[in-house]
Design a protein around this ligand. Structure first.
Ligand SMILES: NC(=O)c1ccc[n+]([C@@H]2O[C@H](COP(=O)([O-])OP(=O)(O)OC[C@H]3O[C@@H](n4cnc5c(N)ncnc54)[C@H](O)[C@@H]3O)[C@@H](O)[C@H]2O)c1
Ligand SMILES: [Zn+2]
Length: 350
């Protein structure tokens, strides 16, 4: 798989350096939030604004978008055209998909504008559309030629967003271990500046995993789902931001890893002593795992609808042995639900 070049920049990049003939696909929120972006985007002769969100990725709406985009690009050359995609993960998934099929594939520059997209979704080459309520059912592997990380654009997001980004940052630092976790573990405060500080190292860590299994053939790439099994359930059930839900999901995965004797108690305690773990959210502490029967029934439905399940009643759960060492095990949906009950009991019994 092609390697994307990374550009870290304090300000929006020079437009002339992005390509010869350019089409900007951008989240309409950006010019409203940022006067600098509004001025910058005027330099593009071709641009297409979109509203971010899962609707943008709906395959039913795609023909209308591609019709307008093809019209916009009618006088461009397939060899010279570069799509510049500015926005969060939904705009990136949509724009990346467009780039992969427009004129049988044109050059692509991703400019992520949310922490989630800057840390995670802009890297690794996955593009996606949704089919009905089933997320990411259609897509291509199409790594960007260039990914531009603009500090002023990312830092301008509300501070609460940095905390959402932290969920994914913690995930990748546990997957990677080594220096990334050693450094992050010592942080006492998580702010936008902290997330920016660890951006390069966390992207590097994701790319290392992706390079071993670029098109998800060997299964290794699945470790990137650490924290995501229970995370997705809590995200859907409690309508939480993705990064917050993943933060909860990581706590669940860690406790289950100890229960299954994949992680030792002393390793668990060592992690808990790290200052940064003060930012780890616990679904138990926040009472998100009440074991009433209706909740378990709803969790079951959500676990079965998660696309990461393999056969109908089993899924591949990512456990952590220690930072830098994940273990994937096939588990049944019932085992996940039993672990929900067990963690709740354990909490009640102190
Ligand atoms: N391709 C992948 O590998 C991959 C990985 C993880 C997630 N995803 C996808 O990413 C999407 C979620 O990403 P997201 O949370 O970035 O979604 P998003 O694009 O929907 O953005 C979230 C919200 O932030 C707003 N926003 C964007 N930039 C902003 C800025 N600079 N300041 C203020 N607000 C801003 C958007 O308008 C939107 O309301 C999902 O569709 C998910 O499936 C893809
Ligand atoms: Zn995620």
């Amino acid at each position: 798989m092609k390697k994307s070049s990374l550009l870290f920049s304090n300000e929006l990049p020079r437009v002339s350096e992005l390509g010869e003939e350019l089409l900007l696909i951008y989240d309409e929120v950006l010019p409203k939030k940022s006067p600098a972006f509004k001025k910058w985007m005027k330099q593009f002769s071709l641009s297409y604004g979109v509203r971010a969100g899962e609707e943008l990725k709906a395959v039913e709406k795609f023909p209308a978008h591609i019709f307008k985009i093809v019209q916009l690009c009618e006088n461009t050359s397939s060899r010279r055209l570069t799509l510049v995609v500015a926005g969060g993960g939904s705009v990136g998934d949509f724009g990346g998909f467009v780039a992969s099929i427009l004129k049988r594939g044109v050059k692509l520059v991703q400019m992520p504008s949310t922490w989630l997209s800057a840390i995670d979704s802009a890297h690794g080459g996955k593009t996606a559309l949704n089919v009905g309520s089933a997320k990411n059912q259609i897509g291509t592997f199409y790594p960007a030629d260039k990914i531009v990380l603009v500090r002023s654009l990312l830092i301008a997001q509300p501070e609460a967003r940095a905390f959402e980004g932290f969920g994914e940052l913690l995930k990748i630092s546990w997957i990677a271990g080594g220096k990334l976790w050693a450094d992050l573990s010592k942080e006492y405060e998580i702010t936008s500046a902290t997330v920016w500080k660890y951006l390069a190292a966390s992207i590097d860590a994701k790319n290392k995993v992706v390079s071993k299994d670029p098109e998800e053939k060997s299964g290794h790439r699945h470790i990137l789902n650490l924290g995501h099994t229970m995370g997705h359930v809590l995200e859907a059930y409690y309508k939480l931001p993705h990064g917050v839900a993943i933060n909860y999901g990581l706590d669940f995965a860690l406790r289950w890893s100890v229960e299954n004797k994949i992680m030792t108690v002393s390793e668990y305690e060592k992690i808990q002593r790290s200052p940064v773990v003060g930012y780890l959210l616990s679904p138990l502490r926040d009472e998100l795992l009440q074991t009433k029967a209706s909740l378990l029934k709803d969790f079951r439905k959500l676990l079965l609808s998660d696309k990461k399940k393999t056969r109908s009643e089993t899924l591949r759960f990512v456990f952590l042995k220690k930072p830098g060492h994940c273990v994937i095990r096939e588990v049944t949906v019932d085992e996940v639900l039993m672990e929900v009950c067990r963690q709740k009991e354990e909490e009640l019994n102190g």
